[in-house]
Design a protein around this ligand. Structure first.
Ligand code: SF4
Ligand code: SF4
Length: 293
Protein backbone atom coordinates (compact mmCIF):
# COMPACT_ATOMS: atom_id res chain seq x y z
CA UNK A 1 0.00 0.00 0.00
CA UNK A 2 1.46 3.30 -1.04
CA UNK A 3 1.79 6.58 0.75
CA UNK A 4 -1.18 8.22 -0.87
CA UNK A 5 -3.44 5.21 -0.48
CA UNK A 6 -2.84 5.33 3.26
CA UNK A 7 -3.60 9.03 3.44
CA UNK A 8 -6.74 8.42 1.44
CA UNK A 9 -7.97 5.83 3.94
CA UNK A 10 -7.75 8.22 6.82
CA UNK A 11 -8.77 11.57 5.39
CA UNK A 12 -12.18 12.97 4.38
CA UNK A 13 -14.17 12.02 1.32
CA UNK A 14 -12.97 14.93 -0.77
CA UNK A 15 -9.38 14.17 0.04
CA UNK A 16 -10.02 10.53 -0.73
CA UNK A 17 -11.09 11.27 -4.29
CA UNK A 18 -8.15 13.57 -4.76
CA UNK A 19 -5.67 10.98 -3.59
CA UNK A 20 -6.88 8.01 -5.64
CA UNK A 21 -5.31 9.42 -8.77
CA UNK A 22 -2.15 10.19 -6.82
CA UNK A 23 -1.86 6.59 -5.69
CA UNK A 24 -2.22 5.40 -9.27
CA UNK A 25 0.46 7.81 -10.32
CA UNK A 26 2.81 6.63 -7.57
CA UNK A 27 2.24 3.02 -8.61
CA UNK A 28 2.80 3.88 -12.25
CA UNK A 29 6.03 5.70 -11.56
CA UNK A 30 7.22 2.76 -9.47
CA UNK A 31 6.93 0.47 -12.45
CA UNK A 32 8.84 2.57 -14.95
CA UNK A 33 11.78 4.05 -13.10
CA UNK A 34 13.60 6.31 -13.63
CA UNK A 35 10.44 8.36 -13.27
CA UNK A 36 10.06 11.64 -15.06
CA UNK A 37 7.50 13.32 -12.85
CA UNK A 38 9.49 13.46 -9.63
CA UNK A 39 9.91 16.98 -8.38
CA UNK A 40 13.37 18.52 -8.12
CA UNK A 41 14.33 19.48 -4.58
CA UNK A 42 17.48 21.31 -3.55
CA UNK A 43 19.03 22.13 -0.18
CA UNK A 44 20.73 25.52 -0.27
CA UNK A 45 23.08 26.09 2.64
CA UNK A 46 23.53 29.66 3.82
CA UNK A 47 24.89 30.48 7.30
CA UNK A 48 23.65 27.95 9.81
CA UNK A 49 24.77 24.97 11.81
CA UNK A 50 23.49 22.23 9.44
CA UNK A 51 21.04 21.09 12.14
CA UNK A 52 18.11 21.47 9.74
CA UNK A 53 19.79 19.15 7.23
CA UNK A 54 20.39 16.65 10.04
CA UNK A 55 16.70 16.90 10.91
CA UNK A 56 15.79 16.24 7.26
CA UNK A 57 18.10 13.22 7.27
CA UNK A 58 16.48 12.01 10.51
CA UNK A 59 13.55 10.85 8.40
CA UNK A 60 15.85 7.89 7.71
CA UNK A 61 14.24 5.30 5.43
CA UNK A 62 11.22 7.54 4.95
CA UNK A 63 13.51 10.08 3.29
CA UNK A 64 14.97 7.43 1.03
CA UNK A 65 11.45 6.40 0.07
CA UNK A 66 10.56 9.98 -0.81
CA UNK A 67 13.75 10.40 -2.83
CA UNK A 68 13.10 7.09 -4.53
CA UNK A 69 9.54 7.77 -5.63
CA UNK A 70 8.67 11.45 -5.36
CA UNK A 71 11.65 13.79 -5.45
CA UNK A 72 15.17 14.07 -6.83
CA UNK A 73 17.75 15.84 -4.67
CA UNK A 74 19.33 17.98 -7.40
CA UNK A 75 21.39 20.29 -5.22
CA UNK A 76 22.89 19.85 -1.75
CA UNK A 77 26.48 20.82 -1.03
CA UNK A 78 26.69 18.18 1.72
CA UNK A 79 25.08 15.25 -0.08
CA UNK A 80 25.16 15.83 -3.84
CA UNK A 81 28.14 16.56 -6.09
CA UNK A 82 26.62 19.58 -7.87
CA UNK A 83 28.48 22.90 -7.74
CA UNK A 84 26.09 25.33 -9.40
CA UNK A 85 22.52 26.10 -8.37
CA UNK A 86 20.24 24.37 -10.87
CA UNK A 87 16.57 24.94 -11.76
CA UNK A 88 14.52 23.52 -8.88
CA UNK A 89 10.88 22.95 -8.07
CA UNK A 90 11.46 23.36 -4.35
CA UNK A 91 14.48 25.02 -2.72
CA UNK A 92 14.91 24.31 0.99
CA UNK A 93 17.10 27.15 2.21
CA UNK A 94 18.86 26.64 5.52
CA UNK A 95 20.59 29.47 7.38
CA UNK A 96 20.69 33.25 7.15
CA UNK A 97 22.57 35.32 4.58
CA UNK A 98 25.88 36.97 5.44
CA UNK A 99 25.93 40.39 3.80
CA UNK A 100 29.73 40.51 3.66
CA UNK A 101 29.82 37.22 1.76
CA UNK A 102 28.92 38.35 -1.76
CA UNK A 103 28.77 34.78 -3.03
CA UNK A 104 26.00 34.01 -0.51
CA UNK A 105 24.06 37.13 -1.51
CA UNK A 106 24.29 36.13 -5.18
CA UNK A 107 23.39 32.51 -4.35
CA UNK A 108 20.18 33.45 -2.55
CA UNK A 109 19.10 35.68 -5.45
CA UNK A 110 19.91 32.92 -7.93
CA UNK A 111 17.98 30.43 -5.80
CA UNK A 112 14.90 32.66 -6.00
CA UNK A 113 15.26 33.03 -9.77
CA UNK A 114 15.62 29.30 -10.38
CA UNK A 115 13.04 27.90 -7.93
CA UNK A 116 9.28 27.60 -8.18
CA UNK A 117 8.87 27.36 -4.40
CA UNK A 118 11.37 28.76 -1.91
CA UNK A 119 11.11 27.35 1.60
CA UNK A 120 12.88 28.99 4.54
CA UNK A 121 13.99 25.89 6.43
CA UNK A 122 14.49 26.55 10.13
CA UNK A 123 14.60 29.60 12.35
CA UNK A 124 17.90 31.03 11.01
CA UNK A 125 16.46 31.22 7.49
CA UNK A 126 13.08 32.45 8.79
CA UNK A 127 14.10 34.82 11.57
CA UNK A 128 17.88 35.06 11.74
CA UNK A 129 17.93 33.23 15.05
CA UNK A 130 21.33 33.10 16.74
CA UNK A 131 23.15 34.46 13.68
CA UNK A 132 21.59 37.89 14.35
CA UNK A 133 24.12 38.30 17.13
CA UNK A 134 27.27 37.84 15.13
CA UNK A 135 29.48 40.90 15.43
CA UNK A 136 32.36 39.58 13.33
CA UNK A 137 35.92 39.01 14.49
CA UNK A 138 35.76 35.21 14.41
CA UNK A 139 39.05 33.55 13.43
CA UNK A 140 38.46 32.30 9.93
CA UNK A 141 36.22 35.07 8.58
CA UNK A 142 36.54 38.13 10.86
CA UNK A 143 34.88 40.39 8.29
CA UNK A 144 31.61 38.41 8.39
CA UNK A 145 29.47 40.41 10.80
CA UNK A 146 25.93 40.98 9.45
CA UNK A 147 23.43 38.20 8.85
CA UNK A 148 19.85 38.55 7.61
CA UNK A 149 16.95 36.12 7.41
CA UNK A 150 16.41 35.21 3.76
CA UNK A 151 12.99 36.93 3.64
CA UNK A 152 14.78 40.28 4.02
CA UNK A 153 16.47 39.71 0.64
CA UNK A 154 14.08 37.64 -1.47
CA UNK A 155 10.42 36.63 -1.57
CA UNK A 156 9.86 33.43 0.37
CA UNK A 157 6.86 31.16 -0.19
CA UNK A 158 6.84 28.87 2.85
CA UNK A 159 8.31 29.12 6.34
CA UNK A 160 9.23 26.04 8.36
CA UNK A 161 10.22 27.51 11.74
CA UNK A 162 12.10 25.58 14.40
CA UNK A 163 15.66 25.14 15.59
CA UNK A 164 15.72 22.70 13.97
CA UNK A 165 12.24 22.00 12.58
CA UNK A 166 11.02 18.48 13.26
CA UNK A 167 11.86 15.79 10.70
CA UNK A 168 8.12 15.12 10.32
CA UNK A 169 7.30 18.71 9.41
CA UNK A 170 10.07 18.88 6.78
CA UNK A 171 8.94 15.56 5.33
CA UNK A 172 5.29 16.60 5.26
CA UNK A 173 6.10 19.84 3.45
CA UNK A 174 8.07 17.84 0.86
CA UNK A 175 5.11 15.49 0.32
CA UNK A 176 2.65 18.38 0.09
CA UNK A 177 4.93 20.25 -2.32
CA UNK A 178 4.86 17.17 -4.51
CA UNK A 179 1.05 17.15 -4.45
CA UNK A 180 0.93 20.88 -5.13
CA UNK A 181 3.18 20.65 -8.17
CA UNK A 182 2.34 17.24 -9.60
CA UNK A 183 -1.21 16.58 -8.45
CA UNK A 184 -4.56 17.22 -10.08
CA UNK A 185 -6.71 20.17 -9.09
CA UNK A 186 -8.14 18.47 -5.98
CA UNK A 187 -4.73 17.34 -4.81
CA UNK A 188 -3.37 20.83 -5.31
CA UNK A 189 -6.24 22.16 -3.20
CA UNK A 190 -5.51 19.66 -0.46
CA UNK A 191 -1.80 20.52 -0.41
CA UNK A 192 -2.60 24.24 -0.56
CA UNK A 193 -4.72 23.89 2.57
CA UNK A 194 -1.95 22.09 4.44
CA UNK A 195 0.68 24.60 3.40
CA UNK A 196 -1.44 27.73 3.91
CA UNK A 197 -0.50 28.40 7.57
CA UNK A 198 3.18 28.07 6.67
CA UNK A 199 2.67 30.32 3.64
CA UNK A 200 0.95 32.87 5.89
CA UNK A 201 3.97 32.81 8.18
CA UNK A 202 6.18 33.53 5.16
CA UNK A 203 3.95 36.47 4.20
CA UNK A 204 4.22 37.84 7.73
CA UNK A 205 8.00 37.46 7.51
CA UNK A 206 10.04 38.99 10.29
CA UNK A 207 7.51 41.64 11.18
CA UNK A 208 6.14 39.86 14.28
CA UNK A 209 6.81 40.85 17.86
CA UNK A 210 5.79 39.61 21.30
CA UNK A 211 2.64 41.76 21.10
CA UNK A 212 1.39 39.64 18.18
CA UNK A 213 1.81 36.53 20.26
CA UNK A 214 -0.06 38.20 23.08
CA UNK A 215 -2.97 39.37 20.91
CA UNK A 216 -3.30 36.31 18.65
CA UNK A 217 -2.53 33.49 21.09
CA UNK A 218 -2.37 34.37 24.77
CA UNK A 219 -5.33 36.75 24.87
CA UNK A 220 -7.38 34.36 22.75
CA UNK A 221 -7.00 31.62 25.35
CA UNK A 222 -5.01 29.48 22.92
CA UNK A 223 -1.75 29.36 24.92
CA UNK A 224 -1.01 25.94 26.39
CA UNK A 225 2.05 27.09 28.35
CA UNK A 226 4.51 24.94 26.43
CA UNK A 227 7.34 27.50 26.66
CA UNK A 228 8.43 27.15 23.03
CA UNK A 229 8.19 30.92 22.52
CA UNK A 230 10.53 31.55 25.47
CA UNK A 231 13.01 28.97 24.20
CA UNK A 232 13.01 30.51 20.71
CA UNK A 233 13.57 34.12 21.78
CA UNK A 234 17.19 35.03 20.96
CA UNK A 235 17.30 37.86 23.54
CA UNK A 236 15.56 36.04 26.42
CA UNK A 237 12.75 38.58 26.41
CA UNK A 238 10.16 35.95 27.37
CA UNK A 239 9.78 34.16 30.68
CA UNK A 240 7.04 31.82 31.83
CA UNK A 241 5.18 33.16 34.84
CA UNK A 242 2.62 30.84 36.38
CA UNK A 243 2.66 28.78 33.20
CA UNK A 244 2.04 31.70 30.83
CA UNK A 245 4.56 33.72 28.81
CA UNK A 246 5.43 37.23 29.87
CA UNK A 247 7.31 39.51 27.47
CA UNK A 248 9.88 42.13 28.38
CA UNK A 249 9.07 44.62 25.66
CA UNK A 250 12.17 46.74 26.15
CA UNK A 251 14.27 43.72 25.25
CA UNK A 252 12.20 42.60 22.25
CA UNK A 253 14.00 43.18 18.93
CA UNK A 254 10.83 42.32 16.95
CA UNK A 255 12.37 39.39 15.13
CA UNK A 256 9.11 37.39 14.96
CA UNK A 257 10.75 34.17 16.11
CA UNK A 258 8.41 33.55 19.05
CA UNK A 259 5.35 33.95 16.85
CA UNK A 260 6.64 31.53 14.25
CA UNK A 261 7.75 28.98 16.85
CA UNK A 262 4.46 28.95 18.74
CA UNK A 263 2.43 25.89 17.73
CA UNK A 264 -0.80 27.83 18.36
CA UNK A 265 0.04 31.00 16.42
CA UNK A 266 -1.05 29.61 13.09
CA UNK A 267 -3.85 27.59 14.64
CA UNK A 268 -6.53 27.34 11.98
CA UNK A 269 -9.69 25.47 12.88
CA UNK A 270 -10.66 25.16 9.22
CA UNK A 271 -7.52 23.22 8.45
CA UNK A 272 -6.12 21.53 11.53
CA UNK A 273 -8.87 18.93 12.17
CA UNK A 274 -8.48 17.74 8.59
CA UNK A 275 -4.78 17.12 9.06
CA UNK A 276 -4.82 16.00 12.68
CA UNK A 277 -3.27 12.60 12.03
CA UNK A 278 -1.11 13.53 9.09
CA UNK A 279 2.23 12.71 10.77
CA UNK A 280 1.16 9.23 11.71
CA UNK A 281 -0.50 8.57 8.37
CA UNK A 282 2.50 9.56 6.29
CA UNK A 283 4.95 7.74 8.58
CA UNK A 284 2.92 4.53 8.43
CA UNK A 285 2.44 4.85 4.71
CA UNK A 286 6.15 5.25 4.13
CA UNK A 287 6.86 2.19 6.29
CA UNK A 288 4.29 0.15 4.35
CA UNK A 289 5.90 1.39 1.14
CA UNK A 290 9.25 0.08 2.32
CA UNK A 291 7.97 -3.43 2.95
CA UNK A 292 6.33 -3.46 -0.49
CA UNK A 293 9.65 -3.08 -2.27
S1 SF4 B 1 9.90 38.41 22.13
FE1 SF4 B 1 11.87 37.59 21.49
S2 SF4 B 1 11.42 36.10 19.87
FE2 SF4 B 1 9.57 37.37 20.16
S3 SF4 B 1 9.77 38.97 18.60
FE3 SF4 B 1 10.65 39.77 20.53
S4 SF4 B 1 12.84 39.29 20.38
FE4 SF4 B 1 11.82 38.05 18.83
S1 SF4 C 1 4.76 28.89 22.32
FE1 SF4 C 1 2.60 29.57 22.17
S2 SF4 C 1 1.45 28.00 23.27
FE2 SF4 C 1 3.59 27.76 23.91
S3 SF4 C 1 3.81 29.05 25.76
FE3 SF4 C 1 4.36 30.36 24.02
S4 SF4 C 1 2.43 31.40 23.47
FE4 SF4 C 1 1.88 29.66 24.75
Amino acid sequence: MGLLNSIEKTMGKEAKLALVAMENKAEATKEKKPVTNKIKIGHVHMSGCTGCLVSLADNNLGLIKILDDYADLVYCLTLADVRHIPEMDVALVEGSVCLQDHESVEDIKETRKKSKIVVALGSCACYGNITRFSRGGQHNQPQHESYLPIGDLIDVDVYIPGCPPSPELIRNVAVMAYLLLEGNEEQKELAGKYLKPLMDLAKRGTSGCFCDLMYDVINQGLCMGCGTCAASCPVHAITLEFGKPQGERDLCIKCGSCYGACPRSFFNLDVIPEFENINEIIANALKEGESDD
